[in-house]
Design a protein around this ligand. Structure first.
Ligand code: NAP
Ligand code: GLV
Length: 309
């Protein structure tokens, strides 16, 4: 039994060293080095090149090194008969919650707008909003969305959330299912997308949805670029229905230099770094699953292949 790490972001050594530090007896390889392919039973991957899982005929588990698994379902060559696991981790959820809080505070206190004016030597006081008057609506109340909703509520924001199944979250008004989406949107001043990317949620942030938000609403997409119809966002910002947007994720990453988002002053961008798996915190669940695999026990954080998340 051995582990292969497949990722293209220059972090293979970081993950390999973290695994070996936690358990020096592990057999761990980079997919780029010579290694015995038939020995590999677990692939620890993040945005792997399509087709790179096919050499591993004895693979028993695909472990996503992040919370999202959309990129695995997009690879038609990935094995369909073995479990997929994902990361569930308090730092991953906490970092997302902090990122969303920072983004909303910057928006209601005009911090990004002032920064733009500073570079143009413009002195222009702007009306600000208060936390208590800013209703935040969170799409997706899973590991990340539920904590973000709870933390925002504790900070004093009126918070509502939308998910597929009903939830009880202290301080948060919960809407569930397609039929309640419109009611959720009409009272949402700041919309936060924390849905997984699935066939059902692809393109969900589109012009029809934006029209249902109150005038001058603000949109935050920290989930996946595929949730957003880029042209519809640009149109809703241009016609003034939306007051601004903050994006962390894009259809293509890095975002191509010619993309119109770069030069739009109403869009604030971060480079898909809202929350990142912290090896020291998440390695134990990978090793635990590797042990469980060997013993034939149920795995932690297994993805439901039918739901796609
Ligand atoms: P999760 O625990 O699987 O939660 C997903 C939530 O979305 C659940 O509440 C689920 O409803 C809801 N949902 C799924 N499909 C839906 C639909 N069709 N209609 C309504 N609600 C639906 O996921 P998570 O761990 O919170 O992560 C969410 C996403 O965040 C990830 O998939 C990833 O794309 C993104 N992410 C981004 C970053 C970043 O740095 N930007 C970092 C980590 C993760 P139920 O509860 O009813 O199933
Ligand atoms: C990051 O985007 C993740 O899915 O963990």
């Amino acid at each position: 039994m051995a582990i292969v790490i497949i990722r293209q972001d220059g972090k293979i050594d970081l993950w390999k060293n973290a695994l070996l530090e936690a358990d020096p007896l592990l057999e761990v390889y980079s997919y780029l080095e010579e290694h015995p392919k038939e020995a590999i039973t677990l692939a620890l991957i993040w945005k792997h090149p399509k087709g790179s899982l096919t050499p591993y005929k004895n693979l028993k588990c695909i472990a996503s090194a992040g919370a999202g698994v959309d990129y695995i379902f997009e690879d038609e060559t990935a094995p369909e008969d073995i479990p997929i696991t994902r990361i569930v981790d308090p730092y991953l959820a906490g970092d997302m919650s902090e990122h969303v809080l920072a983004t909303i505070l910057a928006y209601i206190k005009n911090l990004n707008a002032y920064k733009l004016n500073q570079f143009k030597n413009i002195w222009k006081p702007m009306d600000y909003k208060r936390i208590k008057d800013t209703t935040v609506g969170i799409m997706g109340l899973g590991e990340l969305g539920a904590l973000t909703a709870t933390d925002l509520s504790k900070a004093g924001f009126p918070v509502q959330g939308w998910s597929r199944s009903h939830k009880e979250i202290n301080g948060v008004s919960v809407f569930s299912g397609k039929d309640s989406l419109d009611a959720f949107l009409t009272t949402t001043g700041v919309l936060v997308c924390l849905l997984p990317l699935t066939p059902e949620t692809t393109g969900i942030l589109n012009k029809e949805l934006f029209k249902k938000l109150p005038n001058r609403a603000f949109v935050i997409n920290v989930a996946r670029g595929g949730h957003l119809v880029d042209e519809d966002l640009l149109e809703a910002l241009d016609n003034g229905h939306l007051s601004g947007a903050c994006l962390d994720v894009y259809h293509q990453e890095p975002l191509p230099k010619a993309h119109p988002f770069w030069n739009n002053e109403k869009i604030h961008m971060t480079p898909h770094y809202a929350s990142v798996s912290d090896t020291s915190s998440v390695i134990p669940q990978i090793i635990e699953n590797y042990k469980r695999l060997r013993k034939g026990e149920p795995l932690l954080n297994e993805v439901d292949r039918n739901k796609g998340y």
